[in-house]
Design a protein around this ligand. Structure first.
Ligand code: ATP
Length: 282
């Protein structure tokens, strides 16, 4: 199936062929954030965020620059300790644990801006992703699997990662994160700085990995069009708070989403978010 990146084209959700909605609807909750508050010194970045991710699903968090998306992922992966609230993952509390401990529990984070090791080769970067593992044969097999999903990385295996294009570095960052065999993958703005064609290519591979490997994903994005076409469920955040949550299929039908996140002009031309005028915005 194909997905249109033209913001004005109607999207219906699920264009990228992820795990079927019906299969994730009844799946158990894998990750739950309850009333999380996180700050950088005096700057409160998230102000009471609650969200859930079901096993096998792709969930997206949408929002403008500075809304708090990255901070949500950093709070889950242990880079930022929340002041309040709980992060529950597969039966245990993980808030404030070390990032290394969280990786070993099965969560891997692809940071914004990729952050590959520029002076290491592509293959060395991939092996760094497997640093928590002791199963040599399994690591070798996973390296092959990654080269299967991202053939360009095999071609560039012995090149320094710093010489790769932005899109190739993004592929490397995703593959490196998958080398720890996560059950939950956190992806921060995978489309950042990439052309529509490359963005689409990366999202297609990500959805294949979700479908074929069953890896659950939480994807933060500013490109609402591709994120809503890919994910099953979405949260919209503004100034550190969740202002809307629904299936992506339903979010795509909402006037506010179409107007403010997909750039589709409304007939009324109000230019004011409905959820700000209503107490109940669902
Ligand atoms: P972007 O898409 O620009 O990355 P975002 O939605 O991911 O935005 P965050 O990066 O989570 O937003 O930032 C949320 C708020 O926290 C913003 O006001 C930002 O300026 C602030 N912030 C983020 N990182 C820091 C930091 N290291 N020190 C101080 N303030 C920060």
């Amino acid at each position: 199936m194909t997905v249109s990146l033209d913001a004005k084209a109607p999207l219906t959700g699920g264009e990228l062929d992820a795990v079927p909605e019906a299969r994730v609807e009844g799946a158990p909750v894998m990750l739950r954030l309850s009333n999380i508050e996180s700050s950088y010194g005096p700057v409160q970045a998230i102000r009471g965020v609650s969200l859930e991710v079901r096993k096998g699903s792709i969930v997206t968090v949408l929002g403008a620059n500075g809304a708090g998306k990255t901070t949500i992922l950093k709070t889950i992966s242990g880079i930022v300790d929340p002041q309040k609230g709980s992060v529950w993952f597969e039966g245990e509390e993980i808030a404030c644990r070390d990032p290394d401990w969280i990786v070993r529990r099965g969560i891997s984070h692809v940071p914004e801006g990729r952050e590959v090791f520029p002076l290491l080769t592509v293959q060395e970067n991939l092996m760094m992703g497997a640093y928590t593992r002791r199963d040599g044969a399994g690591v070798e097999a996973d390296l092959e699997r990654m080269y299967g999903y991202f053939p360009i990385l095999r071609e560039r295996a012995s090149q320094e990662a710093g010489q790769l294009s932005g899109g190739q570095q993004q592929m490397l960052a995703i593959a490196r994160a998958l080398m720890s065999r996560p059950r939950l993958l956190l992806l921060d703005e995978p489309s950042l700085g990439l052309s529509p064609k490359l963005t689409r290519e990366i999202f297609e591979i990500v959805t294949r990995i979700n479908r074929e490997e069953g890896v659950t994903m939480l994807v933060v994005e500013q490109n609402a069009s591709i994120a809503l076409a890919t994910a099953h469920f979405g949260y919209v955040i503004e100034v550190g708070r969740v202002v809307m949550e629904d299936t992506c299929e339903r979010l795509l039908q909402k006037e506010d989403i179409r107007e403010f996140y997909l750039g589709v002009k409304s007939d009324t031309g109000r230019g004011q978010r409905r959820w700000k005028r209503k107490k109940q915005w669902r």
